[in-house]
Design a protein around this ligand. Structure first.
Ligand code: HEM
Length: 156
């Protein structure tokens, strides 16, 4: 794990280690970004699954998926900052490694769905296919597990 050492020597990591207030703000930013990410993904997936049929999917889908992307980018940046404070410890934490695997799976799955015909159909005003609904169910399971794994980090 020696290759992780330079991470904890960066200016930002040193600042986060020396300033509990800065660490608190970075952790809070991580939680807020996760809230945006999880909240928008859950809302979109529940709509794809057929809830709130009065809300037009054609306009909702691009809006919520862009908000989710913003949440993910900020969560990944703030998470990497938090990681840099104790890289060796986190890299050996099974909960952290599980979360990182789930986040990677979640992002890859979302990108695959956006390239699929099901997504193109709803963008064109069509209904959600069975395949897209199954993808929505899988997405909810992946991101719920990622949040639980994230919370689990502090317990190990
Ligand atoms: C993008 C999706 C992500 C989600 C949903 C997520 C979720 C979470 C959750 C729920 C927590 C617990 C927050 C708390 O209660 O204080 C957490 C903490 C943390 N996350 Fe993430 N995270 C994400 C990305 C990342 C990434 C990419 C990294 C690192 C590269 C990371 C590193 C951390 C660290 C170091 C902590 C602090 C753990 C602790 O000491 O308690 N996160 N994350």
């Amino acid at each position: 794990m020696e290759w992780l050492e330079p991470l904890s020597q960066t200016l930002l990591a040193r600042a986060l280690i020396l300033s509990p207030t800065l660490y608190l703000l970075m952790n809070a930013a991580h939680i807020m970004a996760i809230g945006v990410l999880f909240g928008t993904i859950l809302s979109l997936d529940l709509r794809v699954l057929g809830m709130f049929p009065e809300v037009p999917l054609q306009s909702l889908a691009p809006f919520l998926s862009r908000m989710a992307a913003i949440g993910a980018i900020v969560a990944i940046f703030t998470g990497a900052c938090l990681f840099s404070v104790r890289p060796h410890e986190y890299a050996q934490n099974p909960a952290f490694l599980t979360k990182l695997a789930l986040v990677t799976l979640g992002v890859a799955h979302a990108l695959a769905v956006h390239r699929g015909t099901g997504w193109r159909t709803i963008r064109a005003g069509g209904g959600a296919s069975t395949k897209l609904r199954l993808s929505a169910l899988l997405s909810i399971m992946i991101w719920t597990s990622a949040v639980i794994a994230g919370r689990w980090i502090g317990f190990l």
